[in-house]
Design a protein. Structure first.
Length: 393
């Protein structure tokens, strides 16, 4: 095919748009905390060794600011939690409505299922089947607020919830005070393993109709269109800023290549600029535009009155060192080694997997009180249990 200026225009417009987004995001990291500032104490009731007989398991870090990324790409095999089988996979067309909750200081600084460190101030989430890490758009169906989140953990596994988001994401979606919300979850695509995508995620915020004029885009750059960047463009910018290339749609289902993004956005790129430009002083930080939540009457990070009793029990077990680690379905080549490592840290339950679920053996580990869940998780990964993760409510 003959290459002309006309055929190159969509890709050029796409690259220019990504460059614009990168310029918009550069230097927009919040300066609200220092590296040495400590995170808040867990927001559930204090658990004492006198009451429970053991001390709480430690965090990876107690600092408020934790490292971003640094985990691993992971999908995983089918696994079973509390009698339900889950099938991790990439589903580019995934759209589902259901209940969401949030988790905060109780898990801040602890390892996620793909080896990142949970940050209650980051826009992240736990999902039972999405690839890790990946991006999803979560929309509060009550108020219309919507934001991209980085999915880097497994869960939730109780009360039929479909996603749990971080404390900061619950702020932006404005359901933190309620504890839970009716949401729509849409899979967007894979996320880069390394790099800090905080600014991009903040820029993805879309206020509901009841909050006109709010926008997650930081000011400082003239934006020549009234339209916000698409999720595809934001994700492409995240890969570009991390120094990696987004996987193409041919190799990873559900992730669009640069050419596909260019084709999808060419009509918009070729239209005359419209709307008001948004000039702001360079170097400004992203605004804290979410509604300020009122003090919570509840005692747990995520629980409403009707679920506090079960959640309290789960968190009591957590703080007492009684974590449960799901090891998933294991190959014969690693089964003996993994089982030996797991047995050194607690009680191992073995289950033969039915043929309709692929056969094999699935292991679950109930940690001995006082064991460090994160250190155990790393030991299990090293022994060959690549799908192991701490089960969170």
């Amino acid at each position: 095919m003959k290459t002309t200026a006309h055929t190159l225009r969509p890709r050029a417009a796409s690259v220019a748009s990504i460059a614009c987004i990168l310029a918009l995001l550069t230097g927009c990291q919040s300066g609200s905390s220092t590296h040495a500032e400590l995170a808040p104490e867990p927001d559930a009731p204090a658990f004492t060794s006198a009451e429970f007989g053991v001390a709480a398991s430690p965090r990876v870090t107690k600092l408020k600011e934790v490292r971003k990324g640094g985990g691993r790409e992971h999908v995983g095999k089918p696994y079973k939690v509390r009698g339900t089988w889950y099938y991790p996979k990439e589903d580019a067309d995934y759209v589902k409505s259901g209940t969401a909750s949030w988790y905060g200081a109780n898990f801040h600084g602890r390892l996620t299922a793909n080896g990142e460190v949970y940050d209650m101030y980051h826009l992240s989430a736990a999902h039972p089947t999405f690839p890790l890490p990946s991006y999803a758009r979560v929309t509060n169906q009550k108020n219309g607020h919507s934001v991209l989140v980085r999915v880097n953990d497994r869960g939730p596994f109780s009360h039929n919830r479909i996603v749990d988001v971080s404390s900061r994401a619950a702020d932006l979606l404005d359901f933190k005070n309620d504890g839970t919300a009716s949401v729509k979850v849409e899979y967007v695509g894979r996320a880069p393993v390394d790099g800090d995508d905080t600014a991009m995620l903040m820029a993805s915020y879309r206020p509901g109709a009841s909050a006109p004029g709010q926008d997650g885009l930081a000011s400082g750059v003239m934006v020549a269109s009234a339209e916000r960047p698409s999720d595809d463009m934001l994700v492409a910018a995240a890969f570009a800023s991390s120094g990696t290339v987004a996987p193409g749609s041919a190799s990873v289902p559900g992730v669009r290549s640069m050419d596909a993004i260019a084709a999808a956005t060419s009509a918009r790129a070729n239209r005359p600029a419209q709307g008001l430009a948004m000039p702001v002083a360079p170097g400004s930080v992203l605004p804290a535009f979410a509604p300020a939540p009122t003090p919570r009457s509840g005692v747990l990070s995520y629980a409403k009155a009707d679920v506090r009793s079960n959640a309290f029990g789960a968190l009591a077990a957590l703080a007492a060192g009684g974590d449960v680690i799901e090891l998933g379905v294991l190959d014969d080549a690693v089964l003996s080694r993994v089982q030996s490592v797991a047995a050194a840290h607690g009680q191992v339950t073995r289950e033969d997997v039915p043929a309709e679920f692929g056969g094999g053996v699935s292991l679950t580990l109930k940690l001995t009180p006082g064991q460090d869940a994160d250190a155990t998780l790393q030991a299990l990964w090293a022994s060959g249990a690549e799908d192991a993760f701490v089960v969170k409510e």
